[in-house]
Design a protein. Structure first.
Length: 229
């Protein structure tokens, strides 16, 4: 099958799964922003997305996208390194038209994966997973108390800093990955590729700033002892 047997096919899989994950990040960021305006409203969203059949189906689908994207990322990296052979050890300067993010996509991806593992532990494990195993108080709060878990997580300066590092890596990963996906899917003429690069920078910035805003606001609330705000 050409999607797995050819380099172009593997890039297409990376592109399609990457775009799908960007759409999920957009939804997740928008959902998180609700917490800035209403604790009750945010918890209603969390309850709606708990251990219900539709949420579980979406979770499985999302997990499949992540796994496929990660596997193909490592696959393409190994393929590219094998193709370069001993040339990768040669000392040379980075071409001016090659972005830093492009040169470090694998390292950025690893940081993003580690950040996701932390995120899963702080939220998914204590919320949806806790409901699945029938222990809704696994994390010390009720599984549907998403607002409480945000407060709990960003009461820790360590978690706050780690999340900001994760978001910085995510920004670089998205700014390159988004326009690169469009290039793979055929939007690669001179005019449109430059437009997609601009759109990628703006879109990635909006997503990352949305997540970062929630982290900063809740960290400040903890500093001021404003857990009920």
């Amino acid at each position: 099958m050409w999607l797995s047997n050819s380099s172009i096919g593997r890039k297409v899989v990376m592109s399609v799964t990457g775009i799908a994950l960007v759409l999920f990040l957009t939804f997740h960021m928008a959902m998180n922003l609700v917490a800035l305006f209403s604790a009750e409203g945010y918890n209603m969203v969390c309850e709606f997305l708990g251990a219900n059949w539709y949420a579980l189906v979406a979770t499985v689908g999302l997990a499949a996208l992540f796994v496929i994207h990660i596997i193909y990322a490592f696959w393409l990296t190994i393929q590219n390194r094998a193709a370069r052979g001993n040339e990768r050890y040669a000392v040379n300067t980075r071409p001016k038209n090659v972005e830093w993010a492009s040169q470090n996509m694998l390292a950025l991806g690893v940081i993003v994966i580690l950040g996701l593992a932390l995120h899963f532990y702080n939220f998914w494990y204590k919320m949806q997973f806790a409901e699945i195993v029938g222990n809704p108080m696994m994390g010390g709060l009720h599984a549907a108390d998403g607002y409480g878990y945000i407060m709990q997580t960003f009461a820790s300066p360590v978690f706050f800093v780690l999340y900001l590092v994760w978001l910085a890596a995510l920004w670089f990963h998205l700014t390159h990955g988004f326009w690169s996906s469009m290039q793979t899917l055929g939007w690669n003429n001179t005019i449109w590729i430059n437009r997609w690069k601009c759109i990628s920078n703006i879109y990635a910035t909006i997503i990352v700033l949305g997540f970062a805003l929630v982290a900063v606001v809740f960290f400040c609330k903890n500093l001021m002892g404003c857990g009920a705000c």
